[in-house]
Design a protein around this ligand. Structure first.
Ligand code: GUN
Length: 281
């Protein structure tokens, strides 16, 4: 049976650290979230972000735009936020409607306010091994491994998934911590034969309960980044019951990586406020 990596406990440790940093700042950091359209899951996430800001004594604001907003209208909202010295962090909730490019949108957020870490400058800094803002979910994965003292250096980490927001940055963060990293994706041949070599397996493939015990090396640490509602129940990308028998540690869904995303967002926000203080204009 494996150790359960409890994201709520790890997130609380991050909040304690963030709270100390907030207390040492002469300003109250502010997060502005831009929500385009009415995707129900996005609305829930956005609410959770605002609630957490309130709990920590941070300012937050949500700007709601219709799903039909023109790209130039969205860019002009972002420009106003970039210039507002009272706003320290900007996040455009994903996914966006099809007529908007997440790449072009990320490019229009000031890189020092880009708490999602998706601006090409921040992605580039991460690639160079000197991250400014790492994307929150993969940063949360590393935080979990550190909290539970799971060594990374010299170990073989396999990441399943190559998204901009999870798979790619997770691979970069693991590499920066001196893991040997393999990235698997939808076109990988015999993924199971590669995952079976992993000391640390990060699963962000977006398919419910797809990784079972046959994919996992005995004693491995398995981090499940997936979240899906199946028959009214939340499940991850990993078939937890099966993998539980072989892994030495596993993050559950819900209550694993999920709570880490907002915790790391708060950390990025405080970092952003520190970077921007004192304001130069
Ligand atoms: N949608 C799901 N996760 C995220 C995230 O971490 N950031 C943004 N901007 N949108 C998301």
């Amino acid at each position: 049976m494996s150790l359960i990596l409890d994201g709520k406990i790890v997130a609380e440790s991050v909040y304690a650290r963030v709270q100390e940093e907030i207390a040492s700042l002469p300003i109250q950091p502010k997060l502005t979230v831009v929500l385009v359209g009415e995707d129900p899951a996005s609305q829930t996430y956005v609410k959770s972000k605002a609630n957490r800001c309130e709990k920590l004594g941070l300012q937050s604001e949500t700007i709601r735009l219709p799903a039909t907003v023109l790209e130039n209208e969205l860019y002009s909202v972002l420009e106003t936020l970039n210039e507002d010295v009272g706003v320290h962090g900007i996040l455009v909730q994903l996914p966006l409607p099809n007529h908007l490019s997440k790449y072009e949108v990320a490019r229009r957020i000031s890189p020092v306010k880009d708490v999602d870490g998706l601006h090409p400058e921040n992605a580039g800094l991460l690639l160079q091994g000197r991250p400014r803002f790492a994307p929150c979910t993969p940063a949360g994965v590393i935080e979990m491994l550190d909290f539970y003292k799971i060594p990374i250096e010299g170990r073989h980490a396999v990441v399943i998934g190559r998204s901009e927001i999870v798979g790619k940055p997770a691979a970069q963060l693991l590499l920066q911590r001196n893991a040997t990293v393999t990235v698997c994706h939808s076109r990988t041949v015999a993924t199971e034969s590669l995952t079976a070599l992993a000391d640390i397996l990060v699963v962000a493939m977006g398919k419910p309960e797809s990784v079972d015990r046959t994919w996992v090396k005995p004693g491995a640490t398995v981090i499940d980044v997936g979240i899906h509602r199946v028959g009214g129940k939340l499940v991850g990308d990993v078939h937890t019951e099966s993998v539980h028998e072989v892994a030495s540690a596993i993050s559950p869904v819900p209550g694993g990586v999920g709570p880490m995303t907002i915790a790391m967002l708060m950390q990025n926000l405080v970092r952003a406020a520190r970077l921007q203080y004192p304001p130069s204009n």
